[in-house]
Design a protein around this ligand. Structure first.
Ligand SMILES: *Cc1c(COP(=O)(O)O)cnc(C)c1O
Ligand SMILES: [Zn+2]
Length: 392
């Protein structure tokens, strides 16, 4: 079957080649044919390749991403203001949802005979792309911003890619790499192959909750690649007749860097770059999101919204997730839960709404300057010390 990509905005269709954006300027995504698609049999593959029929490539590469748990987080309901479900994307092989897109992108690059793949990233995607490139015996070039934390660089370097730390405008770097006249297949955050792989997180959520669809899905948004993927998946499953209702998509950003939320608040149709401040949510600090306008359309089309939350709310949500759900996430992931809390407080979400927050990345990758309190005691005092806290 010929593979085609199309534009969500103007509807133009192209045969798939190196082209990543429509003549109108908007990003393209892969066409798939959901007519007749049904949930796979129980007992068949339970990772992302379960949905190979809806993907542009079907052969796995490396450690299969996906099949991550969806848990009901009752102890966070009060905090979130709704019935909260958590999708644990930190359990993917390199600790974030990026693996779903890397697997598809790297598979396709290998099939097409490329020797090199590349990516532009704040860390998680560089780590993921490097790992999948290693598994496929491809060389990998990663470009990271100068302020990328040292712990992240060290994790990336374990897979032996060529790492370039780049000073200068991240948005331009991203766009430039997609049209460089070199034989490096760039699988940046909103390219058609990456978005195709990342659809599988939404297929999983909706299959895990089937036959009832959740009222809403909330996720942290940077480039808009994942939001686009979730929207695409929802549209396909709706077309396949597998949804009793279409979940509202809520895109959540950090207030210090919130170009999509700004456009949403202003009622704009397109997203324009903003001047950004620093935020602890480093993985989603993109002031010039390449799929921002598409993410905005995803939120509006499904009856959702785009919100932004201050860093103090992000820290608070991180703590709540750790202490009430037993899950450690990175700050960027906590933005989704902080966003849900904000949406409940402003009335957009209600107490009986079933809401899925996508916890995009693991908190076990770096330290977050949290103060740790311990009691140092003598060995002989263990019993007395323990009794003193247990009894009171
Ligand atoms: C990349 C990333 C995001 C944002 O995804 P986009 O597709 O760029 O919008 C959110 N959370 C984490 C942990 C990420 O690594
Ligand atoms: Zn177009």
């Amino acid at each position: 079957m010929e593979r085609t990509v199309s534009c969500y905005d103007c509807g133009e269709t192209y045969a798939f080649d190196a082209r990543k954006r429509c003549a109108c300027g908007e990003p393209l995504w892969f066409d798939s044919d959901p007519d007749g698609f049904a949930w796979p049999e129980t007992g068949s593959v339970d990772d992302m390749w379960r949905y190979a029929d809806l993907l542009p490539v079907s052969d796995p590469v490396g450690v299969a991403p996906g099949g991550t748990p969806l848990s009901r987080a009752e102890r966070l309901d009060d905090y979130a203001g709704c019935n909260l479900f958590l999708k644990h994307e930190g359990q993917n092989p390199t600790g974030s949802f990026k693996d779903r897109g890397s697997a598809v992108g790297v598979r396709d690059a290998a099939d097409a005979g490329f020797e090199w793949v590349g990516t532009v990233s704040h860390g998680n995607m560089a780590l993921s792309t490097s790992a999948y490139a290693a598994s496929a015996d491809l060389e990998c070039a990663v470009f990271v911003p100068a302020e990328t934390p040292a712990e992240r660089l060290e994790l990336i370097a374990r897979h032996d890619p060529h790492v370039f730390t780049v000073e200068g405008d991240y948005g331009r770097l991203y766009a430039d790499t997609l049209s460089l006249p070199v034989d490096v297949n760039f699988v940046n955050s909103d390219t058609p192959l990456r978005v195709a792989g990342q659809k599988t997180v939404a297929y999983e959520i909706l299959e895990q909750l089937a036959p009832a669809a959740p009222d809403a899905i909330a996720l942290p948004v940077s480039s808009g690649g994942q939001a686009s993927a979730v929207w695409k998946a929802v549209r396909e499953l709706d077309r396949a007749g597998l949804l009793d209702s279409v979940p509202r998509l809520y895109c959540c950003q950090a207030a210090a860097c919130d170009p999509i939320a700004t456009a949403y608040r202003n009622g704009d149709r397109t997203v324009t770059p903003v001047a950004a401040d620093e935020t602890i949510a480093v993985s989603i600090a993109n002031s010039d999101p390449p799929s921002g306008t598409r993410a905005l359309a995803a939120a509006r089309d499904t009856g959702g919204a785009v919100v932004s939350v201050p860093d103090e709310d992000v820290r608070d949500a991180m703590r709540a997730i750790s202490t009430r759900a037993g899950v450690s996430v990175e700050p960027s992931s906590a933005v989704a839960v902080a966003g849900v809390r904000h949406l409940s407080r402003t009335g957009a979400l209600e107490a009986n709404d079933d809401v899925v927050a996508i916890l995009t990345g693991s908190g076990y990758k770096e330290d977050y300057d949290t103060e740790v309190r311990t009691d140092t005691i003598a060995l002989d005092d263990v019993e007395r010390e323990l009794a003193s806290i247990v009894d009171t």
